[in-house]
Write a protein that binds this ligand. Structure first.
Ligand code: BTN
Length: 242
């Protein structure tokens, strides 16, 4: 496995790179004592998405898990939303890519309404394991025609190829700086809410159907249902539909 060190503010981050593993989200736990660690794979044979779903991980995509110490001044759900917004800021500066990104609660990044990246957050011990899958140079062919909304990659948007390593380093730089800043704007519900496409839509979550009207202080989705306000958290959502 290839190993590199990368410094952001006063944090030294170890980046491990492998050509293939089952899932970076599982494999990284074998290095559990190593904090501020990234494991990136060129391909995954058993990539995991949220809610037990499979995450197709062919060559060309960016797949990594970042493990770092849990800091309890930023609620985990806000860390995930912040991670997606940092990625948006990194991608919208790329040539050939327009500023047409939005977030879908709880942790997807969309481009013109199509999924381009997903995040998976887990807490174990005093570490957070933040997994990210981003469609970079891969493409979505006929296999995906049954999808209600076919995902999209950076390559499909512009026709260009992009350095996955550069995207990862740019994301790490911005995200770790934001974490070091504590309750940075990336983790502020008031700053995040206008970027979330889900807000304003009719959704069904935790058996409650209502209109998404905002974010709670810990990153939950505020729903207005039958004249009452309710907050749902990521684990409670059955479906969020357009
Ligand atoms: C989702 O949208 O459902 C979250 C997808 C997260 C996928 C990433 S790819 C790297 C890491 N390893 C995994 O097995 N899953 C996450």
């Amino acid at each position: 496995m290839e190993e590199k060190k990368y410094r952001v503010v006063d944090r030294e981050i170890t980046i491990l790179h492998c050509t293939e593993c089952e899932s970076t989200q599982e494999k990284i736990k074998e290095f559990a004592d190593n904090r501020w660690l990234v494991l990136q794979a060129d391909r995954q044979s058993a990539g995991r998405g949220r809610r037990g779903r499979n995450w197709a991980s062919p060559s060309g995509g960016l797949y990594f898990t970042f493990s770092y110490p849990f800091s309890d001044n930023i609620p985990p759900q806000l860390q995930l939303l912040g991670a997606a917004l940092v990625l948006r800021d990194v991608l919208r500066l790329r040539p050939g890519v327009e500023d047409k990104f939005s977030l879908k609660w709880p942790n997807d990044l969309l481009y013109r309404g199509r999924k381009i990246a997903g995040f998976l957050g887990e807490a174990k011990g005093d570490s957070i394991y933040l997994g990210c899958g981003l469609n970079v140079n891969n493409s979505f062919g006929p296999d995906y025609s049954e999808y209600r909304r076919v995902p999209v990659s950076l390559h499909e948007i512009s026709g260009d190829s992009y350095s996955r390593e550069r995207i990862l380093l740019d994301w790490l730089e911005k995200f770790v700086r934001a974490l070091a800043g504590g309750r940075d704007e990336y983790f502020n519900p008031r700053f995040l809410a206008p970027e979330i496409d889900t807000i304003g839509r009719q959704v069904k979550a935790a058996r409650v159907e209502g209109q998404a009207v905002g974010l709670s202080a810990d990153g939950g989705l505020l729903l207005s249902a039958g004249g009452e306000k309710k907050v749902v958290h990521a684990g409670d959502v059955q479906e969020v539909y357009e």
